[in-house]
Design a protein around this ligand. Structure first.
Ligand SMILES: [Ca+2]
Length: 100
């Protein structure tokens, strides 16, 4: 699959829960290393670092990880539940395909 095709698929998947939600589940399960059902800060760190590496981007700084947690942790319990994580995934996918 070439990059253009996969971008198109990603764009479509943003507007289609049938394809988007399984993707969120996939990312959530891979990010939730200890299987707690929440993405803690160390797991966000791990997830974003791995993701940056895959995308050939600079690894996130401690500050960026802190900001990511603050921005998406709506109920301020210091970790991300699946609903909060879903918003993060949506934003990451949007940035990947380059539209806002
Ligand atoms: Ca966890």
């Amino acid at each position: 699959m070439d990059i253009k095709t996969s971008d198109e698929l990603l764009k479509k998947s943003l507007f289609n829960d049938f394809t988007f939600l399984p993707m969120v589940n996939f990312y959530f399960n891979s990010a939730d290393i200890d299987g707690s059902g929440f993405i803690e800060k160390t797991e966000i760190n791990h997830f974003l670092t791995k993701f940056s590496k895959e995308q050939k981007l600079d690894p996130p700084t401690e500050k960026e990880i802190e900001e990511t947690l603050n921005e998406f942790d709506k109920n301020k319990d210091g970790k991300l539940c699946k609903e909060e994580f879903q918003v993060l995934v949506k934003q990451i996918v949007k940035e990947m395909v380059g539209f806002k």
